[in-house]
Design a protein around this ligand. Structure first.
Ligand SMILES: [Zn+2]
Length: 83
């Protein structure tokens, strides 16, 4: 990821990353131009999902199967074996 100085548009150097959560981080940046010397913090945040994680959808299926009665589970198993 490239961060530009907000004062002079030169390339900035990311010194430290403060991970607030899996969806948010603060990047402590300093301008690479010694004549500028601007230091600043950039926020990086999760915006939105384009395609859901395969992990969360398989977890959802497991929870649904666990909520089924044993009879329904057997019926589903038979139907899946026919595919
Ligand atoms: Zn600068």
């Amino acid at each position: 990821m490239r961060v530009l100085c907000t004062s002079c548009n030169s390339k900035a150097i990311i010194g430290k990353t403060d991970r607030i959560s899996s969806a948010h981080a603060n990047l402590y940046c300093s301008c690479s131009d010694p004549e500028c010397g601007h230091t600043f913090v950039v926020n990086v945040s999760f915006s939105h999902t384009l395609s859901p994680s395969a992990k969360s959808s398989s977890q959802l299926v497991k929870q649904l199967v666990n909520a089924m009665s044993p009879d329904h589970r057997l019926q589903l198993q038979r139907e899946l074996n026919l595919l």
